[in-house]
Design a protein around this ligand. Structure first.
Ligand SMILES: [Cu+2]
Length: 186
């Protein structure tokens, strides 16, 4: 029994392109068309064969998508607030965020500053692109638990436009809000 490679004849570089098509059943139709085109044209158009192959292997690059977000559990403000000098300032009192609806521009990292004016601990967590809380792409205050009178910050750098939902981990059923990211100006 001979080694696998020994049964195949060695071909000159000029013949290799044709052999590739002959071995592929899936490319059979394209190969015939391409060969006919070459046969009708002049000899210097052999590049047409390799062009067909490249076109079939090309796939579009994936782009990040904003997945469906949870509905904020706290009633949203009637109007959206806007950051000042790329800073969003959110206060917490009576177990509510205020303001809790924000409009920001895409491509600008935003600092979110949260101040706990309440008598119990809170925080702020953004679900991120996947729309799911407690996953890798979340953004959360540092520190993760704000004691009464304490402030914390997080950086929010959205990749795509859309509405992002945030919540308090300690009161997920009653404390929430939304950040609207706009491709143009906010
Ligand atoms: Cu809370």
């Amino acid at each position: 029994m001979s080694p696998t490679g020994a049964s195949r004849p060695r071909l000159s570089p000029g013949r290799n392109i044709v052999v590739k098509f002959g071995r592929s059943a899936a490319l059979g139709t394209a190969a015939v068309v391409a060969v006919l085109l070459v046969a009708c044209g002049s000899d210097d158009k052999k590049d047409t064969l390799s062009t067909v192959t490249v076109a079939q292997d090309t796939a579009p690059a994936p782009t990040p998508q904003l997945q469906r977000q949870a509905t904020p559990t706290q009633e949203l403000d009637a109007a959206a607030s806007q950051p000042e000098n790329r800073v969003i300032s959110i206060g917490i009192s009576d177990v509510k965020f205020s303001p809790n609806r924000w409009s920001v521009a895409l491509e600008e990292p935003i600092t979110i500053r949260v101040t706990n004016n309440d008598s119990q601990q809170h925080n702020l967590r953004i679900a991120g692109l996947d729309g799911v809380f407690e996953t890798q792409d979340d953004a959360i205050t540092d520190p993760e638990a704000l004691q009464p009178g304490e402030s914390g910050e997080l950086t929010f750098a959205p990749q795509v436009s859309g509405n992002y939902t945030f919540r308090c981990d300690f009161h997920p059923a009653s404390m929430g809000g939304q950040i609207e990211v706009n491709a143009g100006s906010p």
